[in-house]
Write a protein that binds this ligand. Structure first.
Ligand code: 5GP
Ligand code: ZN
Length: 107
């Protein structure tokens, strides 16, 4: 838990948010300001600032398989993913998250 990190607070339930999907190390929520019909954020439960600090050797495969699992569960076959790494690249929340954007409208 990092002080004043919004995604840590969502991860530990301090701020309530609906988890569309959850496993041991990741959870998925809707983006507060969606930029597509469906705009999800896949977030590691453990605080890590961005991709530069992410333990890809131990958790990289699970991050990808979590994207596969959540999109399959929600019936999303076509989607775009992106990760902003660093302020100059547009990162605003400094707790790693993967954007998942789709034209599919969730019911
Ligand atoms: P970044 O620019 O850091 O890659 O993306 C941060 C994203 O987090 C933005 O798309 C923004 O709308 C979203 N966001 C910021 N605060 C919250 C929040 O409290 N709840 C949710 N669900 N999304 C948030
Ligand atoms: Zn955090």
């Amino acid at each position: 838990m990092e002080n004043n990190c919004i995604f840590c607070k969502i991860a530990n339930g301090e701020i309530k948010s609906d988890f569309l999907y959850e496993n041991d190390n990741f959870f998925v929520i809707k983006d507060l300001h969606p930029k597509a019909n469906t705009h999800l954020l896949l977030i590691p439960k453990k605080h890590v600032e961005n991709l530069n600090d992410f333990d890809a050797v131990n958790y990289g495969a699970e991050l990808i398989s979590t994207i596969q699992d959540v999109t399959k569960k929600l019936g999303i076959e076509s989607y775009k993913t992106h990760i902003n790494t660093g302020k100059d690249a547009g990162q605003e929340v400094f707790h790693l998250h993967v954007h998942i954007l789709s034209n599919v409208k969730l019911t």
